[in-house]
Each structure stands twice: as structure tokens, then as C-alpha cells.
Design a protein around this ligand. Structure first.
Ligand code: NAD
Length: 268
């Protein structure tokens, strides 16, 4: 399968280039960066610190789409929304790992999914997607007297909070309880907040150093606490999930799918 990497110089982009190079099911068809980036027009091998390999980094999305069966995209929300529309029109599968979307962005991506083939997931790892399933189950089994708090930690460069993964976990907890997350989310308390509201789902974000991604879902009751925890120790984990998602989209019909679909964990 011919795959293009969007945001090729990024933390995830470089990881994806290496992984596609190692794969015997995928070949690298194009590498794209934002217009004006200093990698544009240069040889990919050389900018990644190796020998020239004849693939030039480009900012021409249309040409990259024309050369590809799938694009893998860990960039920024505005870029991913535009790419979803372009990929749907071009008939190219689109794997979106980007996080930090607004409700309007998500609705626009969902529209693109009526025509295009999309996997979008705030976290591409098997472990986190299992954790999502477990969170939904535990939230459904325990009453609102168990307070749910979601605590996440990421590296100092991350620009959005709470993380896409924390929001996925919050959605799962709310779903398990049969409520809408928007009605119960309580993000990053500060000051004289008053006592905790029964049924609230709290979010807290730690930023620092080189944390790759850690998530705790705490169910705190009277006399006991349950904590579901996931720790990512290698960013390649997310790249492997994204590659798997792109391969999975081959031959699928139009739709916006999640990693739960890719991993066979979906209840739908
Ligand atoms: P990063 O800043 O290192 O990389 C983003 C790259 O996108 C940069 O190189 C940037 O120049 C490039 N870019 C910006 N505009 C572009 C455009 N118009 N065309 C092409 N490239 C463009 O960030 P990162 O750590 O790699 O993370 C990227 C995104 O992926 C973030 O939203 C992050 O939260 C998310 N992420 C998701 C998962 C997951 O499993 N879903 C895992 C890790 C990171």
C-alpha cells in the first residue's frame, strides 16, 4: 500500500517514516511538510541525517494524494480538517492521529467520512483502546458515588489539554454512566471551587520533560479506590497503530472509523 506521511519532520512523522521503511506491506509514496518549512525541496534521507534516497519533501498535497493509497496525518487540527476533505475527494484513505479538535472540526471531519475512508483516534495504541473499553465497563458497574478523575501527563511540547486520550477516556466513562460528557466534565480546578459535584468527571493535565503519555482513570469511592492506568514508554507504539489502521482501511467502505473498529474492540 502506498502511504504518504503528513508532517514528516514532526515527532510522530519521523517515527512513521522509519516504520513504513521497515514494513513489507507499505511503501513511502510522499512526505509532506507545511509550506515554508526548511525541509521543503530537500532530500528526505539527508534531512533525517542519512544518505540521499531520492524522495523530496514537498508541500504539494494534491500531488502527494495522487501518488498514494493512504495518508497518515499527525499534524494540527486545521490541517487535518482540510486534509480529510481533500483525501475524501481524491478517494485516498486518511488516518488522523492529530488531537485538539473543536466540535465544529469534528463535525466537518464526520462529513468528510460520508464520502471518504477515515480512521481517527486520539490514541492509536492497543492498550489505551482496551483501557477505553474497561473504563466504560467500570463506569457502568459503579454508581455516581464513585468519583471519576482522569489524570494525564505529557511532554512539555504538547499544545492541547486535556489530551485526546483523556477525552476518549472521559467519553467512555460518561457513556458507561449514560450521561453526556459535556454536561459533567470538570476541567482543571483552581481557586475556591466549592465541593465536588456528584457525577462530575474531572480532568487534570501534567506537562513536563519527556513524558510520552500517561493516563490514570481513578474511581474514588468511600473506603476504596480503583485506578486504571496506561503508560506509553515508546512513541513507536502510536506509529505502529496508525500503520495498522491505514492497512485496515484498504477495501473498507466510506466511513469515519475508530481504533476500536481497527482492533475489533468495537461494540457497534
Ligand atoms: P509535532 O509538532 O512534532 O509534529 C507536527 C508536524 O506537522 C510538524 O512537523 C509541523 O511542521 C507539521 N505540519 C504543520 N502544518 C502542516 C501542513 N500544513 N502540512 C504538513 N505538515 C504540517 O507534533 P507531534 O508530537 O508529532 O504530534 C502531532 C499531533 O499528533 C498532535 O496533535 C498530537 O497530540 C498527536 N498525537 C496523537 C497520537 C495518537 O496516538 N493519536 C500520538 C502522539 C501524538
Amino acid at each position: 500500500m502506498r502511504m504518504a506521511v503528513m508532517g514528516a519532520s514532526g515527532r510522530m512523522g519521523q517515527m512513521l517514516v522509519r516504520l513504513i521503511d521497515e514494513s513489507d506491506q507499505a511503501t513511502l509514496s510522499a512526505v509532506v511538510e507545511r509550506a515554508g518549512h526548511d525541509w521543503i525541496g530537500r532530500d528526505l534521507g539527508q534531512v533525517m541525517g542519512g544518505a540521499a534516497r531520492g524522495i523530496v519533501v514537498t508541500d504539494e498535497v494534491a500531488a502527494a494524494l495522487a501518488a498514494s493509497d493512504a495518508i497518515i496525518d499527525f499534524t494540527s487540527p486545521a490541517v487535518s480538517v482540510a486534509l480529510a476533505q481533500a483525501a475524501a475527494v481524491a478517494g485516498v484513505a486518511h488516518v488522523i492521529g492529530t488531537t485538539g479538535f473543536s466540535e465544529v472540526d469534528l463535525a466537518t471531519i464526520a462529513e468528510s467520512g460520508e464520502r471518504g475512508r477515515i480512521v481517527r483516534a486520539g490514541n492509536m495504541s492497543l492498550g489505551v483502546n482496551l483501557l477505553v473499553t474497561l473504563t466504560r465497563q467500570v463506569a457502568a458497574a459503579l454508581g455516581a458515588e464513585y468519583d471519576i478523575e482522569i489524570v494525564e501527563a505529557h511532554h512539555r511540547h504538547k499544545v492541547d489539554a486535556p489530551s485526546g486520550t483523556a477525552l476518549m477516556l472521559g467519553e467512555a466513562a460518561a457513556e458507561g454512566r449514560g450521561v453526556a460528557l459535556g454536561d459533567v466534565a470538570d476541567r482543571g480546578r483552581d481557586g475556591i471551587t466549592g465541593a465536588r459535584e456528584t457525577g462530575a468527571i474531572g480532568f487534570h493535565a501534567i506537562r513536563g520533560g519527556d513524558f510520552i503519555g500517561e493516563h490514570d482513570v481513578i474511581f474514588a469511592g468511600e473506603g476504596e479506590r480503583i485506578t486504571l492506568r496506561h503508560v506509553a514508554s515508546d512513541r513507536a507504539l502510536f506509529a505502529r497503530g496508525a500503520l495498522k489502521a491505514a492497512l485496515w482501511l484498504d477495501g473498507k467502505g466510506p466511513g469515519e472509523y475508530s481504533m476500536l473498529d481497527v482492533l475489533g474492540l468495537s461494540s457497534r
